[in-house]
Write a protein that binds this ligand. Structure first.
Ligand SMILES: [Zn+2]
Length: 147
């Protein structure tokens, strides 16, 4: 295990190298100087999805959703709340499958909301259906790689 991690900035999408010891002290992006974690999911699309999934050395939890989906909108505050609890161990992200249909197709998203957990660029778990914040956190922790 190395003593530093690659983290992709949720604001400018630059890859940062952060020492593990700094992870708990609110690290900032070396490029745009904004916080690397601000307790909000990052909105991802075709232009930046791959970079976050493949370059982040922390797991990325993706909420595939759409604006017309009632359960998705209901789950949004729970997902925000889960972000504040799971960061900085996990990056939370959202993909609007209406705006980004090719990502929905690529990952074969059949119903929304669908949560998918990516570790080192690979999907390791998937769950369809809306969940509350506590369930999102518990489900994610169950599927994280053992430290
Ligand atoms: Zn940045």
């Amino acid at each position: 295990m190395t003593d530093s991690l690659h983290l992709v900035c949720p604001h400018c999408h630059t890859t940062n190298r952060i020492k593990r010891a700094q992870m708990d002290s609110a690290p900032h992006c070396g490029s745009c100087h904004k916080p690397l974690f601000d307790a909000h999911p990052v909105m991802l699309g075709g232009a930046n999805f791959e970079r976050h999934i493949s370059r982040s050395q922390i797991p990325v939890l993706v909420d595939f959703w759409a604006p017309w989906c009632g359960p998705c909108r209901q789950m949004a505050p729970a997902f925000e709340q889960a972000a504040s609890q799971l960061e900085p161990l996990v990056r939370l992200a959202k993909v609007d499958t209406e705006a980004e249909p090719e990502l929905g197709t690529r990952f074969n998203i059949r119903s929304i909301p669908t949560l998918a957990l990516f570790v080192n660029g690979r999907e390791v778990a998937r769950q369809a259906g809306a969940m509350g914040a506590a369930d999102i956190v518990r489900w994610t922790q169950q599927h994280l790689p053992r430290a």
